[in-house]
Design a protein around this ligand. Structure first.
Ligand SMILES: [Zn+2]
Length: 149
């Protein structure tokens, strides 16, 4: 069993999830996500699906929902900063707030600014809404979920 705040251990698990998506996400980055409760119990895990389908966060939430588990107060680990704009799918940051996730730990900031027709399409960052300040861990370069070279 993992300690509840063992960020590195949980992020490693998210990286393993991300690896399941590698090369299978079209133009989406390959991302993994795990959601853990305050006692250090895994609630759900998932990885990015194809274009227009679930992002990793939503895949993890779906698994928790299927198990009938609440996400309130949970900690979310994602290898990439959750998206904050509504593109082909709703903004994950919005859903994270709505689902009452308390803490977000990311492997890296999103390096790609959203290409959007209007700033109104953006949601405010998931800050000041009951979330702890986001924490970004420095991932080894080989795990960064950018396009394959
Ligand atoms: Zn997203």
């Amino acid at each position: 069993m993992f300690a509840p705040l063992d960020h590195i251990t949980w992020m490693r698990r998210a990286i393993v999830e991300a690896d399941l998506a590698r090369g299978r996400t079209g133009d989406n980055p390959w991302v993994g996500c795990v959601v853990v409760d305050e006692a250090g119990v895994l609630l759900g895990q998932g990885h990015t699906q194809g274009p227009g389908e679930d992002h990793a966060e939503m895949a993890a939430f779906r698994q928790a929902d299927q198990r009938g588990l609440s996400l309130a107060g949970a900690t979310l680990y994602s290898t990439l900063e959750p998206c904050s704009f509504h593109g082909r799918t709703p903004a994950c940051s919005r859903v994270i707030v709505d689902r009452k996730i308390r803490r977000v730990i990311t492997g890296m900031r999103d390096p790609n600014p959203p290409r959007l027709p209007s700033p109104r399409a953006r949601h405010p960052p998931a800050r000041g809404l009951g979330l702890d300040a986001p924490v970004t861990l420095a991932l080894p370069r080989a795990t960064v979920p950018l396009e394959e070279k």
